[in-house]
Design a protein around this ligand. Structure first.
Ligand SMILES: Cc1cc2nc3c(=O)[nH]c(=O)nc-3n(C[C@H](O)[C@H](O)[C@H](O)COP(=O)(O)O)c2cc1C
Length: 345
């Protein structure tokens, strides 16, 4: 068992990474049902929360069935972060996570997210302010360092543990790398194997198969892994990793029927939570992944992304389920998109 303060997680927990515009409540439903052990919200601006920005507030929505769930905030100012932590407190998540990893200019450039990696004293002060402001366990998610010449994660881990964080998730890239290249887990392993470190260390970056999860588990000894991009359109990654750990065998990929059913569930939850217009629009980016590997699926996909009502979308999903019934799905290599190039963040 792995414990984050009083939160009990199974051995080698699988975490759903916080992802802006992705890890919202509808997406979290399908990840939870398919084996995610701990999930995080999209990151929330501390300034936005304080200003009562509607989008920020909405990201605080959490539901009983998704526990344990963490709310993630970011900011570069002690007072705002502490105040935001108090607002988060009221919504009663299981834990509060601070983002010191976001590389995008509008965040890191303003001294928040990964920007804080350039100033460890500030990082410690910000974390201390949050730990003191909330009764919740505080965790941190960050990167290896600012750039190739300043990989300070080992010092970061010690200092943040000393200031009271209860777990640390490390994305094996620097800020300068954004999403380029391969994540380097060697430093993550070093942090985990530092005898001074007592808190759980979760590794993050490029996990896209059960085999890789197990290989990294064994090689780096981390307490669990956090998965982001591989879960987009493929929430089954969680249960497949669990199955592989338990049996040493690969689980069969989800059938067409199941893919359609989970896609439908995601769609319905999206509409429930976002309303019909936004709910349907934002589902469009998910169809390609849910239906990947079906020969000739392009025509259906092209239709799905133009339809405007739930009934129309569901009718096409019905067609897919009928026309591909019994099709023998094969495991597809999950593609990890380089969001440095494509992400609107
Ligand atoms: C679309 C997108 C949005 C993201 N938003 C956040 C975020 O809000 N907070 C955060 O800490 N990391 C965010 N990340 C980074 C992920 O949590 C994760 O660290 C990164 O994708 C590497 O893990 P992966 O290789 O499993 O995807 C985001 C990543 C993506 C692809």
């Amino acid at each position: 068992m792995v414990k984050i303060d009083q939160i009990e997680l199974p051995d080698f927990p699988l975490l759903l990474a916080p992802m802006e515009d992705v890890s919202d409540p509808p997406f979290r439903v399908v990840c939870k049902e398919n084996g995610a052990d701990l999930m995080y919200t999209e990151f929330i601006s501390s300034e936005g929360l304080i200003r009562d920005a509607i989008k920020s507030r909405r990201k605080l929505d959490i539901f009983e069935y998704e526990r344990p769930v963490g709310i993630q905030i970011f900011g570069g100012d002690e007072e705002s972060l502490a105040l935001a932590a108090k607002i988060v407190d009221v919504t009663n998540p299981d834990l509060l996570d601070i983002n010191f990893g976001c590389p995008v200019k509008k965040v890191a450039g303003k001294g928040a997210g990964a920007g804080v990696l350039k100033d460890l004293d500030l990082m410690v002060r910000l974390t201390d302010a949050v730990v003191k402001a909330t009764r919740l366990p505080v965790t941190v998610k960050t990167r290896l360092g600012w750039d190739e010449t300043s990989k300070n994660i080992e010092e970061v881990a010690e200092r943040l543990q000393d200031v009271g964080i209860k777990a640390l998730s490390i994305h094996g890239r620097t800020r300068a790398q954004m999403y380029k290249g391969e994540a380097d887990w060697t430093l993550i392993g070093k942090v985990k194997n530092n005898p001074r470190i007592k808190i759980p260390i979760f590794g993050n970056g490029d996990i896209d198969s059960p085999q890789k999860a197990v290989e990294y588990k064994n090689r780096y000894g981390v307490d669990g892994v956090m998965i982001g991009r591989a879960a987009i359109g493929y929430p089954w990654i969680f249960r497949e990793i669990k199955h592989y750990i338990q049996t040493g065998e690969l689980m069969a990929p989800p059938s067409v029927e199941e893919r359609v059913q989970v896609c439908r569930q995601h769609l319905r939850k999206s509409i429930e939570w976002k309303g019909p217009i936004v709910g349907i629009n934002e589902m469009r980016r998910h169809y390609a992944n849910y239906l990947k590997g079906l020969p000739g699926i392009k025509d259906y996909r092209n239709r799905l992304v133009t339809l405007k009502t739930m009934e129309e979308v569901e009718a096409v999903l019905d067609e897919v389920a009928i026309n591909y019934k019994g099709f023998a799905m094969e495991h597809q290599q999950i593609e990890l998109v380089n969001y440095h190039e494509n992400c609107p963040l």
